[in-house]
Design a protein around this ligand. Structure first.
Ligand code: ZN
Length: 85
């Protein structure tokens, strides 16, 4: 059975969250991305790890330079540590 899970792409352990610039900060989200997309396309409504819903992603170059949301960073760090065992 083909595993269509973010955890096992290319046989490398990957975390199930993705960074997403939205609302002037770089957040992380566990929402599914569109099939084949490496990032959430601009305009995608995402729920972030810091608990904000319907944040609209901005995939512009400038947006990726926004500072990281500290709450999302903490949540992402916890998930990464859990995934690493
Ligand atoms: Zn956040």
């Amino acid at each position: 059975m083909l595993v269509r899970d973010n955890q096992t792409i290319w046989g490398v352990a990957m975390y199930s969250f993705h960074w997403v610039p939205a609302n002037a900060a770089r957040h992380a989200s566990t929402d599914r991305r569109p099939e084949g997309a490496l990032v959430y396309p601009s305009g995608t409504a995402v729920t972030t790890l810091c608990g904000k819903v319907d944040q609209i992603s901005d995939n512009s170059e400038i947006a990726w330079l926004w500072s990281t949301c500290p709450e999302c960073y903490e949540a992402a760090l916890r998930m990464a540590r859990a995934a690493d065992g």
